[in-house]
Design a protein around this ligand. Structure first.
Ligand code: ATP
Length: 212
């Protein structure tokens, strides 16, 4: 079973890293693939180049063997700069590479609320399970029939098929966002303890995020 964690990672921080590590262990995943987005369809363009975001990811996961970087969205973008990074295309391409492997896409509960606006969102379930990372006390609200039909009550149901289920999983969510980190740096404050020291060093050396 392989986990997939997409994001802009502008920059990567302990909120991402803690969630990735926790799902790796609680779902007993072979690996978690962090997939940096080239051209996110749902938000402003990243303030730092893809190459620099990738280098920060490399520094952040250096000593975590279960966390891997998958550059397929960046590679696709190099070939065609106009194409947004649609998750459905990413999952399709992972499925081609990984054949019958169980694939689990992890998304935050905020992202889940927007899921029905994603390009070809229903097809996501053809290629992977989706696990929504929730905080304690999270209530999904009224799920529509499409989701209800796919909802797994226990996490072990995910092992029964390679794709197609929806599951709500509680994880420790640290209240850290890349936006807050960029603001702290622009104010010349210290972002220490919000992201790995090696990443902070890289940001300083390259003078990143000094203006918003
Ligand atoms: P920004 O503030 O620039 O929007 P972000 O901190 O939300 O960035 P992204 O790279 O956009 O980070 O997020 C990638 C994925 O990580 C998303 O699925 C998002 O829900 C999740 N995520 C972001 N921050 C946290 C956090 N503190 N804890 C758990 N998951 C997080």
């Amino acid at each position: 079973m392989i986990g997939i964690f997409g994001g802009t990672f502008d920059p990567i921080h302990y909120g991402h890293l803690r969630s990735a590590l926790e799902v790796k262990e609680s779902f007993d995943l072979t690996e978690v693939r962090l997939i940096p987005c080239a051209n996110p369809p749902h938000r402003n363009q990243p303030s730092v180049s893809a190459n620099m975001r990738l280098q920060m990811l490399e520094l952040a996961i250096k000593n975590q063997p279960g966390l891997k970087i998958d550059t397929r969205e960046l590679d696709r973008h190099t070939k065609s700069c106009e194409v947004p990074s649609y998750m459905v295309d990413t999952l399709k391409s992972l499925r081609q590479d990984l054949k019958d492997e169980i694939l689990v896409l992890f998304i935050g509960s905020d992202a889940f609320k927007q899921l029905t606006s994603w390009h070809q969102w229903q097809q996501l379930f053809d290629y992977a399970h989706i696990v929504v990372l929730t905080r304690p006390g999270f209530v999904a609200g009224q799920l529509d029939d499409f989701f209800k039909a796919r909802l797994a009550k226990e996490s072990n149901e995910l092992a029964q098929t390679s794709a197609g289920k929806l599951f709500m999983a509680q994880v420790t969510q640290l209240d850290i966002s890349a936006t807050a980190i960029r603001n702290i740096i622009a104010k010349k404050h210290n972002p220490g303890y919000l992201l790995p020291d090696a990443v902070i060093k890289y940001i300083k050396k390259n003078k990143l995020y000094e203006t918003i």
